[in-house]
Design a protein around this ligand. Structure first.
Ligand SMILES: O=C(O)C[C@@](O)(CF)CCOP(=O)(O)OP(=O)(O)O
Length: 326
């Protein structure tokens, strides 16, 4: 019983920031992302009755004990859900430049979910795959689908209504995401810890939640109307509000470095010159710039003039999960 799947990473335009249930990975708020074409994870899973424990290989190497444990705990959720009781060999290859601020957990857990379930031979819906991937990493919930994807937070405390739904298919709106990799290698506060500390201690967190539904509605309307200005203004403001919550945490923290501000200033200058570009930032110093194809080259030219910019990856809207020959 073996299968292989590919899943792409995604960039949130309305951020998932905070859990209401850590065990089931239930979010405090709904979120919305774009799946990207360029970066993905390929994972194969082979269940074998003879194995006495799971074996996880990452990029060709046996993974660390900590990674083995995380994957095995997650695979047991899939075993319970599908009724399969054997161990498996898992091989994952990440085609994701984590140095550019892309979380490989989104594509990683989505690909693992798709390959593992396929290997069991049990047919599940994309909605069920999304609910399973959510329990590996929240942002993986969205990588089951391509295009523009909403992760509905759901109301039920068992998570049965917390999954992703496709909003717009790949190819229905051709936008660009420019991932700007800056030089700093600051110590990273992983998003799981960052959001937990913020939920538990930041007085600004309630303000974040109060504006989420309005942001989400505005962004979904912008998508329906293909209104790039409204999309950009909404996503940029949402990212800024997310990062504002961390400043009020105990102890306070900030993901931005001086290089981050340099990129943000150039984006604002571009807009003053009439070139529409908007930025979003996740749990790190790197900036992702969203623009329309016609402005891509002028924006890249301007960004490459910043001496602390290491590399710029150009991404387009990408696909949902696909199954590969072994
Ligand atoms: O992607 C977004 O919506 C916004 C973030 O990237 C942060 F900016 C959060 C991603 O969190 P994730 O790594 O999925 O956390 P997990 O559920 O604890 O594994």
């Amino acid at each position: 019983m073996k299968a292989k799947a590919r899943a792409h990473t995604n960039i949130a335009l309305i951020k998932y920031w905070g859990k209401r249930n850590e065990t089931l990975f239930l979010p405090m708020n709904s979120s919305l992302s774009i799946t990207l074409d360029r970066f993905y994870t390929e994972t194969s899973v082979s269940f074998d009755q003879e194995m006495t424990k799971d074996q996880f290989y990452l990029n060709g190497e046996l993974a660390t004990d900590q990674e083995q444990e995380k994957v095995s705990v997650f695979l047991s959720k899939i075993r319970r859900y599908t009724g399969v009781d054997s161990y498996a060999r898992i091989e994952s290859d990440n085609f994701v430049p984590t140095s550019a601020g892309f979380a490989s957990s989104a594509s990683g857990y989505a690909a693992l979910t798709a390959a593992a379930v396929k290997a069991t031979g049990i047919e599940l819906s994309l909605k069920q795959l999304s609910m399973l991937a959510r329990q590996g990493s929240g942002s993986a919930t969205r990588s089951i689908y391509g295009g523009f994807v909403e992760w509905q937070k759901g109301q039920h405390e068992d998570g049965s209504d917390s999954f992703a739904v496709p909003i717009l298919e790949q190819g229905e709106w051709d936008l660009r995401v420019l991932a700007v990799e800056v030089t700093t290698q600051a110590k990273k506060i992983f998003s799981r810890e960052g959001m937990k500390r913020t939920v538990e201690t930041s007085p600004f967190y309630s303000g974040w939640l109060e504006t989420i539904e309005r942001d989400l509605a505005a962004l979904k309307q912008a998508i329906v109307m293909r209104n790039f200005t409204k999309l950009g203004e909404t996503l940029e403001a949402n990212a800024l509000k997310m990062h504002a919550t961390t400043l009020g945490a105990t102890p306070p923290f900030m993901y931005w470095q001086s290089e981050t501000f340099q990129v943000m200033e150039v984006i604002q200058e571009l807009r003053e010159d009439g070139i529409e570009a908007y930025f979003t930032i996740d749990a790190g110093p790197n900036v992702k710039v969203i623009c329309e194809p016609r402005n891509e080259s002028v924006i890249i030219d301007k960004l490459t003039q910043i001496d602390t910019v290491n590399h710029i990856y150009t991404c387009r809207v990408g696909p949902g999960i696909t199954y590969l020959d072994r």
